[in-house]
Structure formats: structure tokens, C-alpha cells
Design a protein around this ligand. Sequence first.
Ligand code: NAD
Length: 260
Amino acid sequence: MLKGKVAVVTGSTSGIGLGVARALAAKGADIMLNGFGDAAEIEKIRTGIAAEFGVRTAYNGADLSKPVETKGLIEAATKELGKVDILVNNAGIQVVSPVQDFPDDKWELVLAINLSAAFYAIKAAVPQMKERNWGRIINIASVHGLVASVNKAAYVSAKHGLVGLTKVVALENAETGVTCNAICPGWVLTPLVQKQIDAWAERDKIDNTEAGRRLLTEKQPSKQFVTPAQLGELAVFMCSDAASQLRGTAINMDGGWYAQ
Ligand code: NAD
């Protein structure tokens, strides 16, 4: 279904981004990986995806908190894999603190990675998508792009901003073959959430399993984690012809969180 398409997935060395990259590769897309981590481990992921799915893969270690490196990522994908048809803006970080204590530099960093990087990547990729009259931009926002939680001022602001950016880009391209949509996951058990579970365990002097259970019970009615593979399949759908009129949406896959 995606044979001949090239996808850039930011933050795909781990968690949701890796799940999305694998799902797109399984449908035949060539993949530009991005993100931090151990070089040998990343090379294993890159060659593993290429061998398992018979697609071309490349890796670029751009630090997306820096606009020039974000533009460089799109340039590198275009140079090494020929073009960019699918852009998944997934890289993100979390910092938790009450607003009055929120460190200024962390506010700037969360906004830079979780919101501004998507803007710079979209800006760099849209011209060639319009030229070919086909493109898929998928922004991995969060249920926190739709509702708030305490102590997450920067994250919630960035994710709400990302949902807004999604709508604008969708409208600007509404008469073209370029679509832009957001995915809003609830809790997914990735390193980003594991850190929050660990902090919860330490604070309440409980073990990690119990902390994970409490974290789920508090917000996610299904009491089950969403998986990166499930989110990957939603991204695949957004890339399909059936989704050509899906424009400017924010689809939550959140175990019922937003329905409450
Ligand atoms: P993760 O920590 O497993 O993965 C984050 C990825 O982003 C990694 O590959 C990391 O190397 C990369 N990254 C971080 N900073 C970067 C930077 N400056 N430049 C380039 N890459 C960078 O986290 P995850 O849970 O898979 O999160 C992925 C996305 O999904 C994030 O945008 C997050 O906000 C969103 N999300 C996660 C959950 C969840 O429950 N895990 C829920 C909703 C939304």
C-alpha cells in the first residue's frame, strides 16, 4: 500500500515513533529514522526494519530542539531516500512541575521539541508534497492536546498548539492531495511514561506495578495501556486512500480518557 513512499518519523528510536515507523515499513514505506540513543542500538533498529520489511531505511540524529537541524532532517531524507511523502511529527518530551516552579529553560525546551519542531518540519516538507500533490502529515499530539492535567503546563500547551497547527495546515492544503491530522494517545507504556510511573512509585512508596496500575486507573477507563503498534495502525490508516478526506482531525486513541 505504501510501496514507493518515503516516511520521516521523528523520535523513532523508541516508543510510539518506533511503533509507527515499523507499521509504515510493514506497508512498504521507506523510512528515515530520527531520535537519540545508543548508536549501535539505533543501527540495529535501522537494519532490522530494512531486513524485516524489505524497505530502504536511513537514520539522522537531528536534535529537533534546534530549527536548523529539523530542516536538515527533511533535507537529509530528501537527499538519501529521494523525497518526503509522509511526515510523522512524533518526537516529544515531558517535564512535570507546578506552574509557579516550572523552570523557564524546560518550558522553552518542551515548546521547542513538542511544537516548534513540527512547524519547522512541516514548513520544510510541504512544498515538495504540494508539488507531487500527495502528502500525509501526522502529528502525534496527545489526549493532553484536548484536555489538561495538573503540573503539565508546557506539555499541555504544546500539545494543544500542535492540534491547532494541524488544523491550519489541513485547511491551507485542503484543495490538494496533502492531508494533515493529529493522533491523540492516552497512556502508552514507553520510557516517557515509565519515568512518571517511577516518580509515582517513589512518592507513594509503592512498587512499580502498583504505580502503573494507579496511573492507569486515575485517567484511562479501559485500565489498559494503548500500544505503539495500535497507534502505528492508525497512522497507516491516515496514509491510506480511504483517509484522503480526513483533514484537520485530532483522533484520540486513549482507552476512553477523553470520553469522561
Ligand atoms: P519516548 O521517550 O519513548 O520517545 C521519544 C522519542 O523522541 C525518542 O526517540 C527520543 O530520542 C526522541 N527525542 C526526544 N527529544 C528529541 C530531540 N530533541 N530531537 C530528536 N528526537 C528527540 O516517548 P513516547 O512516549 O514514545 O512519546 C512519543 C510522542 O508521543 C511524544 O510526542 C509524546 O508526547 C507523545 N505521547 C506519548 C504518550 C505516552 O503515554 N507515552 C501519550 C500521548 C502522547
